[in-house]
Design a protein. Structure first.
Length: 137
């Protein structure tokens, strides 16, 4: 399972890694840290991100600093950017290998502190780090 906390600590994004499903299985759950105790279980999602895409496996999740975007790196060489307010897919970033017969998995996603850059790493013979400009919203 892949997990990412929103910067305010109130939402948890999660995805069941072993499943190869449509990204509507990526869920956002309200997380109340004042009542949640060690060992408690989070059983159900309150929101689902909606998108229509081919089946894929998400490998990495990261929120931007203000929590308004969620980046999801996948095994198809693409990065999906979701709006966390209205739960929609905003944009898809494609690496050069995404359009080939052998796409390289996105292994890591991280926003810079201002949220204007997204850095990604991908699986290749040599580690590749890419920088993506993210316009202010």
């Amino acid at each position: 399972t892949r997990l990412a906390f929103a910067p305010d600590g109130n939402y948890l994004a999660y995805y069941p890694f072993r499943l190869r499903l449509d990204p509507t299985t990526l869920k956002l759950s309200r997380f109340d840290s004042s009542t949640f105790r060690f060992g408690d279980e989070l059983l159900a999602a309150s929101n689902e991100l909606k998108a229509t895409m081919t089946p894929l496996r998400l490998i990495t999740l990261d929120y931007n600093p203000d929590g308004s975007l969620l980046a999801a790196g996948s095994d198809d060489g693409r990065i999906y950017l979701y709006d966390t307010q209205d739960l929609t897919l905003l944009r898809t970033l494609e690496t050069p290998t995404a359009v080939t017969a052998n796409p390289q998995s996105i292994l890591g996603t991280v926003f810079n502190p201002t949220g204007t850059l997204l850095m990604t790493t991908e699986k290749e013979e040599q580690q590749v780090i890419r920088f993506w400009g993210i316009p202010k919203r």
